[in-house]
Design a binder for this molecule. Sequence first.
Ligand code: CTP
Length: 398
Amino acid sequence: MLAGKHILLIIGGGIAAYKSLELIRRLQDQGARVTPVLTRAGAEFVTPLSVSALAGTAVHQELFDLTSEAEMGHIQLSRSADLLVVAPATADLMAKMAQGSANDLASTLLLATDTPALLAPAMNVRMWEHPATQRNLETLKKDGLSFIGPNDGSMACGEFGPGRMAEPEEILAAIAARLADGPLKGKRILVTSGPTHEPIDPVRYIANRSSGAQGAAVARALRDLGAEVVFITGPAAVRPPEGVQVVPVESAREMEAAVQAALPADAGVFAAAVADWRVASASDRKLKKSKDGLPVLEFAENPDILKTVSQMKAGRPGLVVGFAAETNDVIENATAKRKRKGCDWIVANDVSPATGIMGGSENAVILISDEGAEEWPRMGKDEVARRLADRIAAALAG
Ligand code: CTP
């Protein structure tokens, strides 16, 4: 999968550094050559000896190392790689990169190249959530860097939340996706997926039956064609694909904010079953039974994410694809929906219960575009996704 590829792996100083040893192994199993760089803090967690023994080559540690300066030079080191991978990417390394600081070997390598870089952040949850880190994250994304993780989970420091480094196999999939030589290489595509949950009170919500299967399949198919995929998902039943940037959200309003934050993009695929309404004033306390009668819920309209993005004056993705779930008059309704929302294509399907499509593994869709309505035969959701991804690749190439 990665035969002939050269990865420069920068190991930062975090407890997750031990996972990077496993990553070296996995990369080599896939045929990649790994040149390891260990920061000073990284060397507190894993030894240079174990890193170089696994990589089968010397580990680079110092900015001013006379031997390697004479042999290769640190600038050459980063430019000869196909991809720079920073794992773990600590809060400090991210801050340095966001600032453009170059005061050690790792930060100098990262600054002295335009080779693409992938970061796998790992840090304490508070550090991750700190506005400074979040600011740096935004800056680095704008600079074109890709991220994998961090995941939610219990951490070595005893806290729980986002901050755990992605697992080696997830990082490997992200690397493979980043280096894939498909027709969508270099294209950034955002995909919304799954249902949204609209809170009634802290323990209750309104939801729908979307499993998120079709959206996840589309994200996977786009990734397989080499796209950099930002996958914005509500609480779905299916696992998100590996090798894509996953942004978990709950409500429609959170989904809209995540979509706006993920722009600009070359294309957007809006496969989420977004709730049209939310409870106007969700209670911040649990609603209690009362002798005064039943609670009355008032609804407010949610933002229409597809419509907003389709009608953006500046920064609209070149191709905007919506989905339409209909139970009757599928072509008429979906054609009208495409006009109303202003998207380029609508993937329409009949979700009336007799079809078994909602929550099932198959789909029968009609692609509606400027060229009219094109009916696809009933097929697996993965196959629908692959066909759609091929169409997107053709449209973005043309
Ligand atoms: N969509 C969205 N934001 C919303 C509602 C829908 O982005 N608040 C997107 C969906 O992701 C999908 C498309 O719009 O791509 C169609 O959604 P649908 O719910 O079928 O359309 P509606 O506008 O709600 O039309 P109707 O309720 O009349 O079927």
